[in-house]
Write a protein that binds this ligand. Structure first.
Ligand code: ZN
Length: 251
């Protein structure tokens, strides 16, 4: 089975459309949360996400926009975007986002695979460094966890006493590209497909991944998208301008 992995779309419709256009054929789409927040197309992106599949994990921005989380933990820019999103969402989309499940969520039919937004141990925790990854890598029963939240494409593996992080290495900075990772049965993994709509790894292109369960290969992808259109929507919505300008740097 081929599983499309989407995470941290953040209401960026142009980036989501580019990912779907660039994605190879897939059987199932899963979404690792932060469907909304930051970007200016929360309803369009929520509608698309609902059409794409049935397997979801909630993100902290989904919680913040629907009143499930205190905005005190958010920086002023993120808080402003959460309030704007809350006012913008249709009642139906608001209720749908509010009802998204807490991770980890098992991947149906694949007992060794689970889905989370942050860490397997805490949905709001950031797994940025190998140090952050070690405890979940070693203690969690599931050998393969797909996560989001950090907006950094790549991940971590452990094999006995050995452990390391990895990032896909691309050849260009502006083209549609993919890099494959062959999974090894002896390893345990935490893998982040990257952020569709707010990449933060210095690459402005929309990020996603595809997991081929038969071949045990994760294909990381980057897709250029209509950056100017996404930015213009943010300016027109009078969201903080930095949310638009930072998209160009992928930071
Ligand atoms: Zn996010």
């Amino acid at each position: 089975m081929r599983i499309l992995l989407l995470s941290d779309i953040h209401a960026n419709l142009e980036a989501l459309d580019a990912c779907l256009a660039a994605a190879p054929a897939y059987d199932v789409a899963v979404n690792l949360g932060d469907i909304v927040g930051y970007g200016a197309s929360p309803n369009e992106v929520t509608d698309r996400s609902r059409e794409l599949g049935t397997i979801f994990v909630r993100g902290n921005h989904d919680k913040a926009a629907t009143g499930l989380m205190d905005l005190e933990d958010f920086n002023p820019m993120a808080a402003a975007a959460a309030i704007w999103t809350r006012n913008e969402l249709t009642p139906e989309n608001f209720e749908w986002l509010r009802a998204l499940p807490h991770g980890p969520v098992p991947l149906p039919d694949f007992p060794g695979v689970q889905l989370v937004h942050g860490s397997p141990n805490d949905e709001d925790e950031y797994v940025v460094s190998l140090g952050d990854a070690l405890t979940p890598l070693i203690t969690v029963a599931s050998p393969l966890t797909f996560f989001g939240h950090t907006h950094l494409q790549g991940g971590f593996f452990a094999n006995g006493a050995a452990a390391d992080g990895f990032r896909p290495e691309y050849k260009t900075v502006g083209k549609t590209e993919s890099v494959s990772l062959q999974l090894k049965t002896a390893n345990r993994y935490l893998i982040n497909p990257g952020s569709v709509g707010q990449p933060r790894d210095g690459d402005w292109r929309a990020a996603f991944a595809l997991f081929d369960t038969d071949a045990q290969i994760v294909h990381f992808h980057r897709a250029p998208y209509n950056l100017k259109s996404a930015q213009d929507r943010i300016f027109a919505a009078k969201l903080p301008a930095r949310l638009a300008t930072r998209l160009a740097a992928g930071r």
